[in-house]
Design a protein around this ligand. Sequence first.
Ligand code: ZN
Ligand code: ZN
Length: 170
Amino acid sequence: MTQEHIDGLLAKAAALARAVRIPVSRSICPQVQINRRARTRFGCCLRRDGRYTVELSAQLAEEGGERAVLQVLAHEVLHTCPGCSNHGPRWRSYAQRMNAAYGLDIRRADSFAALGVEDSRPVRYWVVCGQCGRRIPRMKRSPLVDHPERYRCACGGALRVERQGENGKM
Ligand SMILES: [Zn+2]
Ligand SMILES: [Zn+2]
């Protein structure tokens, strides 16, 4: 997707929000910043000196469809509303209003699957069920990776963690 196309979708996201009386900021940089480092975040909204800049991950810019990119930009645009720097009740009510008005699916946390792009992050850990053998990939440490004994598989089995490459499995 070209920069012009992405910038157009940012303007569209802001216009759609204003059309349903969501008070998005008038000080949003019209050019979306393409972030080539972030591999886990799809979008980000930065505030500096009262102005907002929306970032989009390079992977989504390259592989994402129109709708996925619009949803992520709309998610970030809602963060420019007063009292919406986090995903609190006000942000969520605006997201619901957008979703209801336009059939979007703006979420607090997007997933690779929901956005229709491939998860290319390196798998570092596998959480393995000793009962059913289910293997859950994890890209980074988390409470589950650090303390698998505190959790159970959906089947009720005990979980353990393997580092990627252990036991000859890749
Ligand atoms: Zn957010
Ligand atoms: Zn299991």
